[in-house]
Design a protein around this ligand. Sequence first.
Ligand code: 3PG
Length: 402
Amino acid sequence: FRTIDDIDCAGKRVLLRADLNVPVREGKITDLTRLERLVPTIRELSEKGARVIVVSHFDRPKGRRVPEMSLEPVSAALAAVLGHPVMFAHDCIGPDAEAAVAVLKDGDVLVLENTRYHAGEEANDPELALALSKLADIYVNDAFSAAHRAHASTEGVARHLPSHAGRLMQAELDALTLALENPERPVGAVIGGAKISTKLDLIGNILAKVDVLIIGGAMANTFLAAKGVEVGKSLQEAEMHDTARAIMAQAEARGCRILLPVDAVVAREFKANAANDTVAIDAVPADTMILDAGPLTVAYLAKEVAKLRTLVWNGPLGAFEIAPFDVGTNTLARAVAALTKAGTLRSVAGGGDTVSALRHAGVVDQFSYVSTAGGAFLEWLEGKALPGIQALTSLRGIALPT
Ligand code: 3PG
């Protein structure tokens, strides 16, 4: 697909699909990463004299004007991060948007109100896509993290305008391609999380691509139990034992080694600083639950990771939100960061919880690449085609029938 290298954008109106869906708690933005990562594209377009019209969804207002889901405060935060004034329009189409676009000068930046205030966004309504496209001459998509949604502003609009990938989109795709499609081998993956049932497609796709698969979190309990290990009161999916066994057989057939915990930190209560013990994996007391990988496991995993050239990480090893059950995740994440710094490992992480786990471990800036995407990262790991990316390659400039 084309990038912004291929645009002569001086004086042009550029509709930039960004992902301004930042995390907010009690009305405050808690993490500016998504805004910071947009800066290169916005700055480059603006410096080249484009009139930059930023469009995004925010949260899930489901077609209603929910005031708490306005992008106005986010546009102010974007201005601060950019160090450049940002204008705001109270709608993403219609008279407000048109008037705001009409007064733009070369280099100006405008943010349009939440696209999901219109039900047509999620429905990928051709009329909304057409109305958005009429605001601009060129479409640039920099929202990899929303590319798994076939919505009017991520997919529909690309049918009407010459469409290009922004710098963040490029960076995400380059990093992900180097990690799984074309990695330096051996390549491994850390897949954690609570349930196998939600990550079946992901595991199936990853198995075919990696040499080593490290299973962490409660998901590991299901694999252990499927092998006949007594996991006490640990969170696990009893109905997935056959599936877990099938996955292990498939991995073996493909020459992919699955690594499971050899010891665990167990407790009787799921709460911060609960009394806990470290036990061998075949000695989990019946009245306890596994809340973290044990030190032997972490040391063994760190040794295995040291043999890899590429690692993809999604999901924590334990209940990292509550101390001291964050130790396993923290320790392995720091080992990965050290190998990355030493230049022997390319490390790529993504998916909601993963980024908070790495931030908690203090290494979020020390991986080779940390994706801004949650759901889109997972769908990419599943091997699915993402509609927002397909639109950049196949639908560019093809008008919908009216
Ligand atoms: C995300 O935060 O993962 C993206 O912005 C997509 O948001 P959504 O899950 O509400 O579509």
